[in-house]
Design a protein around this ligand. Structure first.
Ligand SMILES: CC(C)(COP(=O)(O)OP(=O)(O)OC[C@H]1O[C@@H](n2cnc3c(N)ncnc32)[C@H](O)[C@@H]1OP(=O)(O)O)[C@@H](O)C(=O)NCCC(=O)NCCS
Length: 184
């Protein structure tokens, strides 16, 4: 199987398989081939919850994914699309960014038609294993907008820990959460 090297800030090297199969979802490494599918699944509901700066269009989605792809090539992010194993549809994304990103490490979404089904739990589990088993890192962080109660609840349920202080970003308050390797 072809693997891709990724260097973290700490110069740890880990390997990114093109596909990570789970029971109900499969993670597939970022590729520009899926731009159209990604755009179709990035619904208005999801866009509102992740506070996109402007509504998604095919054009700005292409630019966004091209940027993410370049960051992946520079070993600055791990970025996987989430595919449903039943119908093989792209249903979301999950990424872990390096320390320099002001939004924290974790970035994720799943189209609302696939919520509440264990798919996110499995996506988190697969990417966390990849991250922790191949680096010396002991935790990663997530920032969740204070009104995004579904996401907050989901992450607490999946053993993220809530820190006391909010982060203020673009006039909005975000909860700070941490996920520790020991809780995997
Ligand atoms: C965050 C996200 C990936 C979670 O996936 P999911 O499939 O919805 O997660 P789950 O169903 O496993 O967990 C959601 C939980 O929140 C609960 N919930 C839903 N609405 C809620 C609310 N308003 N207040 C409190 N809890 C709520 C659900 O009941 C469920 O908990 P339960 O299983 O104990 O009943 C998904 O909701 C999503 O993509 N949201 C849009 C993008 C987003 O917010 N990304 C995260 C940015 S930090």
């Amino acid at each position: 199987m072809q693997v891709n090297k990724l260097k973290t800030n700490n110069n740890n090297i880990y390997f990114l398989p093109p596909e990570i199969p789970g029971k109900i979802i499969t993670l597939k490494l970022i590729s520009l081939d899926y731009t159209q599918e990604y755009f179709c699944m990035l619904s208005k509901t999801v866009q509102n919850m992740i506070n996109v700066s402007s509504p998604a269009t095919l054009e700005n989605t292409k630019k966004f994914l091209q940027k993410r792809y370049n960051l992946y090539l520079k070993n600055k992010i791990i970025f996987y699309f989430i595919f449903d194993n039943k119908n093989n549809n792209l249903i979301g994304k999950i990424e872990i960014r390096n320390n320099k990103n002001k939004k924290g490490h974790l970035g994720s979404w799943i189209n609302e038609n696939y919520w509440g089904s264990g798919r996110y739990k499995e996506a988190l589990n697969l990417i966390s294993k990849l991250y922790f088993f191949n680096t010396k890192t002991q935790f990663y962080t997530a920032q969740i907008h204070e009104e995004n109660l579904r996401s907050l609840h989901a992450h607490l349920k999946y053993k993220f820990k809530l820190l006391k202080k909010f982060t203020l970003r673009d006039g909005r308050r975000y909860y700070n959460l941490v996920f520790y390797k020991k809780d995997l």
